[in-house]
Design a protein around this ligand. Structure first.
Ligand code: ADP
Length: 902
């Protein structure tokens, strides 16, 4: 509405201006001052074009022209009209002249500028060779003008400034003509083209005037120049001619502008419109044909109008297979079997733009085989009245993209499956957040994938490591080098437990932005194991360094590879001094030979060894005795590595042992000497007893006096007791001296036992014998007899009430057990251990001793039992009686030393 109103206003203004221009021309003709008034008309017309045209370039050009003509009018009014009216003459002052000229010059430059802008506009196009040709003509024009002016210019001429200014005008004439000529060959709109024509016309003629003027000043011609041509005399008023030319140019231009405004040949515009329509049609056809997308246009009824090659290629069709009469909607529903999609497409008839992405099409009849994917866009084009004229269908073949996406999705699925199975934690970090995390990451961190997507990576870093990691994170992203990195990170699991992660990272692009791919192995257990190992190593080291023994290691050749600090105390050497040397290097020569021989044997067997004793020479030259134990060491692959062991300083112990042995030997010698003395003494004591007893016997039979006989009996009894005691002492002494030997024979036991029992039945008739019938034993029969004799003798002796005495022999697995039991006085418990000692009497009963008891019987029993390899013990209850046991081994035993009873 507003536009229409404006248009009306413009039309009115236009009419007014045209009439004004006409009035101006008529007035000018009336006053014969057309030169002065024409620019006014031209100005009005240019103004009118400026107002009516919608073309920016036309408006710009006509605006400039308005300015030029306005300036020209101003100067003309002051130059011609005012003086003509006031003084009836023409004012020809230099000032007026230059002011006017300056306005024109500005106008020239402005026109040149606008034309140049138009010429360089990307809206139009000129053939390149034509462009060059016109430029070449312009250059020739410049050269010709230069050739005309400069050779003929006299610098002392009063018009030199005028000549040079006019030269500028001439050059600008050429520039404007050249540009208009180029524009004429461009595809300008008719209004603009006409305006350009008008300018070309004006400046073409104007240039002739400028040339004439230039020649006049250059060659100093007077206003009137006479020519003699073919005998006739011609006179030319140059000044008037020039003015005429200018006037003609103005007149023509004004006329042409009038013509443009009135435009009597409307058909021009119609042709122009038709041509443009055709151009548009060709343009659209070209656009469709060259579009990379499959495009076709159909009429309102669906009839196919335009199909491009890309469309045919996409569907694999021949052009003839899809004729112009084909109905596009029908065809589309035929190839897209999905009814839903066909329905959507038909929605375009409601004026909607239909966009359907990713349609899958397979096996077109007579066309492309196999599956392919398209994006479909269909929209109607509307006419001026808003009705649908055509439908445009644009199809984008996205098969490659879809396949690539599918391949990508597949590979992504594979990647996910693979990473989910991996025992290593894998995650992608971007801006400190987890963009991806696999199952192992869940297991290690304790966080679920959902948890991980909402927490920051730094929340999982242990406070100890937080500062370090915060500082590094940006560096990681900056990607120094290739961005690969490995380290051990102290982290915190969801439950607050500390964990150790062996971390590797790599910078990657994730969804188009930098990210960090992290893999992590949980080494917490290993770390703790390492710590435990280190602790235990430290423990053992401190143990090794603090024990009194020296710990060492050798290689397979016996060369020392480690020696503990104790080396200093034991050997006097620094541990380092031993390295590379063998232990034999420090031994006294005879031991070095002996021990190295032994070592070679152990080495060959790779066997452990122990208690090797040898003497070394310490650093200070003193000797020390060491005792060595060693165990072999092996490499992981089972190869022999060397020995590890300890050296103990046994110098003191060896010295003590030696002293002890020496003491033992001297004691034994002493004892032997004493025994010899006792034996000799006993022999000497026994020797006089035999004649005493013998002669007492004789005297008894010869002396009748009862009293003397009694004395003799006392002498005889004491002598016999003394002899018995001496005999026993001698017997014991011979056992002690190891002179008694075991005489093993096999014999029946029962007769021997009965024989002993019979000896005492006269004193105690109740002696019972319980020996298995026919039992034969292999041992020393005399020893058995002596033992039984002593035990039965005691049993009878200490059974004053005459209770029964039982002698029993029982056969056991590997021995015979003898027992002699009485119902006598018994022996208190505290005496049991001591009664086997020599000369020991229960209760230290001296009276008893004088009563014939000497305390050697049980000592002899023990000595004999030891001799035959048995043991002796007793059980007793005071007042109830005693039982003495002794055993005889069935197999031959190493003879016990009788001296053990000492
Ligand atoms: P003696 O020659 O005095 O009998 P023994 O060595 O045979 O010496 O005995 C040591 C002591 O053991 C005896 O003095 C006696 O007190 C005690 N004794 C030994 N046998 C018996 C026994 N069967 N009953 C009680 N006491 C006994």
């Amino acid at each position: 509405m507003v536009n229409l109103y404006r248009k009306r206003l413009r039309e009115y203004a236009m009419s007014l201006l045209v009439f004004t221009a006409l009035a101006v021309i008529i007035t000018a003709t009336y006053f014969h001052q057309i030169q002065a008034l024409l620019p006014i008309a031209a100005l009005l017309l240019a103004l009118r074009i400026f107002l009516t045209s919608t073309d920016a370039n036309v408006r710009r050009l006509s605006g400039i022209l308005s300015f030029c003509f306005g300036a020209s009018t101003l100067s003309n009014v002051s130059w011609y009209l005012v003086p003509a009216m006031v003084s009836g003459g023409f004012v020809d002052t230099a000032e007026y002249y230059y002011v006017t000229g300056m306005f024109w010059l500005i106008g020239y430059v402005a026109i040149s500028y606008v034309l140049l802008k138009m010429k360089n506009s990307r809206q139009w196009y000129i053939d390149r060779s034509l462009d060059r040709l016109i430029t070449a003509i312009a250059v020739i024009g410049f050269l010709l003008v230069a050739l005309l002016v400069f050779p003929n210019l006299r610098w002392d001429s009063p018009n030199v400034i005028d000549i040079l200014i006019l030269l500028v005008y001439l050059c600008l004439d050429i520039v404007i003509l050249t540009l208009t000529l180029k524009l004429v060959y461009m595809d300008l709109k008719s209004d603009l083209k006409r305006l350009v024509h008008a300018i070309m016309l004006f400046f073409g003629i104007n240039m002739l005037g400028d040339l004439l003027f230039e020649c006049r000043w250059l060659f100093g011609l007077s206003s009137m120049v006479s020519f003699n041509i073919i005998g006739a005399e011609w006179t030319l008023n140059i000044r008037n001619t020039t003015d005429l030319i200018y006037e003609v140019s103005l007149l023509l231009m004004t006329g042409y502008l009038f013509f443009c405004v009135i435009d009597p040949f409307r058909s021009h515009a119609l042709d122009d419109a038709r041509r443009r329509l055709k151009d548009t049609r060709l343009f659209v056809d070209d656009l469709v044909a060259k579009s990379p997308d499959a495009t076709c246009i159909c009429g309102r009824d669906g009839r196919l109008l335009v199909v491009n090659d890309s469309f045919l290629r996409t569907f694999g069709l021949e052009r003839k297979a899809i004729s112009n009469s084909c109905n596009l909607f029908g065809y589309m529903s035929q190839i897209i079997s999905d009814e839903g999609i066909s329905g959507q497409i038909s929605g375009v008839s409601n004026g909607e733009t239909v966009i359907i992405p990713r349609i899958r099409i397979s096996n077109i009849k007579g066309g492309r085989k196999g599956d392919f994917y398209i994006n479909l866009k269909m929209f109607p084009t509307l006419g001026a009245n808003g009705r649908i004229i055509n439908y445009v269908l644009i199809i984008e073949d996205i098969t490659e993209r879809v396949l690539a996406e599918e391949a990508l999705r597949e590979s992504e699925e594979k990647f996910r499956a693979l990473t989910d199975l991996a025992p290593v934690a894998i995650c992608i970090l971007q801006d400190g957040r987890f963009m991806y995390a696999n199952s192992a990451m869940e297991a290690i961190s304790g966080y679920s994938k959902e948890d991980l997507s909402s927490i920051s990576f730094l929340e999982m870093v242990h406070p100890d490591a937080l500062n370090y990691i915060q500082g590094r994170y940006d560096e990681w992203l900056a990607g120094d080098g290739n961005g690969e990195f490995r380290s051990v990170l102290k982290g915190i699991r969801k439950d607050g437990d500390v964990c150790w992660i062996d971390l590797s990272r790599k910078n990657i692009d994730y969804q188009g932005r930098p990210a960090i791919l992290i893999t992590g192995i949980d080494i917490t257990d290993r770390r703790y194991a390492e710590e435990a190992l280190r602790e235990s190593e430290e423990k053992f080291r401190s143990l090794v360094e603090n024990i009194n023994d020296m710990v060492w290691e050798t290689d397979a050749d016996g060369k020392c590879t480690y020696a503990s600090p104790k080396t200093r105390d034991i050997m006097g050497y620094e541990p380092g001094e031993l390295l590379g040397k063998t232990p034999f290097d420090f031994m006294i020569p005879e031991d070095a030979e002996r021990i190295s021989g032994a070592f070679r044997q152990f080495r060959a067997l790779q066997a452990p060894f122990g208690l090797l004793e040898y003497t070394i020479i310490r650093k200070d030259g003193s000797h020390a005795t060491l005792e060595t134990n060693g165990v072999p060491m092996f490499h992981q692959d089972g190869r022999f590595k060397g020995y590890r062991g300890i050296n103990r300083d046994v110098t003191e112990r060896v010295r003590l042992e030696k002293e002890l042995i020496d003491a033992y030997h001297s004691l034994k010698e002493e004892y032997r000497r004493k025994t010899d003395f006792t034996n000799a003494a006993a022999h000497e004591l026994r020797t006089p007893l035999t004649p005493i007893i013998g002669y007492t016997e004789i005297l008894k039979s010869e002396i009748a006096d009862e009293r003397h006989r009694k004395y003799l009996e006392i002498i005889e009894r004491n002598a016999i007791r003394q002899k018995n005691m001496v005999n026993r002492m001698l017997e014991l002494a011979s056992l002690d001296a190891g002179m008694a030997t075991v005489n093993r024979t096999e014999f029946p036991l029962r007769p021997l036992v009965n024989e002993v029992a019979d000896n005492y039945r006269t004193v105690n008739p109740d002696i019972r014998v319980d020996v298995p019938e026919g039992l034969r034993v292999t041992t020393d029969a005399d020893a058995i007899r002596h033992i039984l004799d002593n035990l039965v003798s005691n049993a009878v002796k200490y059974s004053s009430n005459g209770g029964p005495v039982e002698i029993r022999v029982a056969e056991e697995a590997d021995r015979y057990r003898f027992s002699v039991k009485d119902r006598g006085t018994g022996i208190p418990r505290e005496e049991w251990d001591r009664i086997f000692e020599r000369f020991y009497l229960v209760g230290g009963d001296k009276d008893n001793r004088t009563g014939g008891r000497i305390g050697l019987g049980l000592a002899l029993v023990k000595a004999y039992v030891n001799l035959i390899g048995g043991t002796v013990w007793l059980e007793s209850e005071p007042g109830q009686g005693s039982t003495f046991y002794f055993t005889v081994p069935k197999e031959k035993q190493p003879a016990g030393e009788a001296a053990n009873v000492l």
